[in-house]
Write a protein that binds this ligand. Structure first.
Ligand code: SF4
Ligand code: SF4
Length: 333
């Protein structure tokens, strides 16, 4: 029996566990991934070499603290497949490699994050069949191992295009909202890449620039640097050739095709696929896209499963949810 069950061990879930621990409240963090840490585990440090405040290291620091706490139990590779009960007395059915078990808790914090858009769904960008078309997450993985290369040849690229808003601001794919994080992450990622590969030419294709971070709002200014180009256009498609060709219309309505060594798709954030199921059993609601609405009694949602947000905001929401859960538990006594 734990006081709080935290479903999801990403930035928000870990921050909630740490905050509860500081209040001497026990919690179990249950995560379906092999390792606790969520999406932020796959993000590289963007220091170039100055820290760019990407916050990728923040969940690592929080996890280190959480691991030391006697009030927190971390359960990875464990999936909550069902929740039943009422505020003050919930039972979580948890499937893991050792079988099915039940965990009793008094309150629940749901922090299951949000997956990134599956770029293969939008066939225009040739993610499935053009080796040198990558997602921003693929590029992060390369950066973590310090090995930026063209998958088709294994060689370092000399040119790179970033296409913004892939799977976001796109009603056709059910995501007309802005994913909020991809503008600033793309820019921070590119600044780090240009430190690793100083001669690389980078072109941003963007529709709007919404970085939500001071200091990262001046794309046009960055575009005046040698080797950086900014094009206000949403490319119509990528054409698979010996090098991927980006076809786009200029502001003068001229159609152009430019070749690049690598095309990076800045994929947006999607609602969690199982949000409706959890919402029904926890008395929560979802908005029209499937993100949780935060209000609840005894059950609280935090982090990207309530809508796109960056790591810092997710941590803040996790702490706030822990505060609400603590107040709820106090009211039970
Ligand atoms: S905040 Fe980001 S850039 Fe700064 S040290 Fe941490 S991971 Fe690196
Ligand atoms: S943050 Fe930028 S790239 Fe992401 S959806 Fe919004 S405008 Fe597009």
């Amino acid at each position: 029996m734990y006081e709080v069950g935290i479903i999801g061990g990403g930035a928000a879930g870990l921050a909630a566990a740490l905050e509860l621990s500081r209040r001497r409240i026990s919690s179990a963090v249950i995560d379906s991934g092999r390792h606790i840490g969520g999406l932020s585990r796959d993000l590289c440090c963007k220091a170039n070499p100055v820290c760019q405040r990407c916050d990728a290291c923040s969940p690592v620091d929080i996890r280190r603290e959480v691991r030391k706490s006697p009030f927190v139990t971390l359960l990875s590779d464990s999936e909550v497949i069902n929740v039943r009960g009422i505020p003050g007395s919930y039972v979580l059915s948890v499937q893991s490699s050792s079988g099915l078990s039940e965990i009793e808790v008094k309150a629940v914090i749901i922090a299951i994050g949000s997956p990134t858009f599956d770029a293969a769904i939008d066939a225009r960008y040739r993610y499935s069949d053009c080796a040198d078309v990558l997602t921003s997450r693929d590029l992060e993985t390369m950066m973590i191992s310090n090995d930026i290369h063209m998958p088709s040849t294994g060689k370092a690229p000399s040119s790179l295009a970033v296409i913004q808003c892939v799977g976001s601001r796109d009603a056709k794919h059910g995501a007309p909202y802005c994913s909020k994080v991809c503008c600033k992450y793309s820019l921070k990622l590119v600044k780090r890449i240009r430190k690793e590969l100083p001669g690389i030419e980078v072109t941003f294709f963007y529709r709007d620039w919404r970085p939500s971070d001071r200091g990262y709002d001046k794309l046009a200014e960055y575009g005046r640097e040698d080797g950086v180009h900014v094009v206000r256009s949403r490319p119509a498609e990528v054409i698979a050739d010996s090098r991927p060709l980006v076809r786009y219309a200029t502001v003068e309505d001229e159609v152009r095709e430019d070749p690049f060594d690598i095309v990076v798709l800045a994929v947006g954030l999607q609602p969690p696929p199982n949000s409706q199921k959890f919402a029904a059993s926890l008395g929560l609601q979802c908005n029209q896209y499937g993100f949780f609405i935060k209000k609840g009694e005894g059950a609280y949602a935090a982090g990207c499963c309530t809508g796109p947000k960056d790591i810092r905001e997710s941590v803040e929401e996790g702490i706030a949810a822990a505060g609400k859960a603590a107040a709820f538990l106090e009211g039970l006594h």
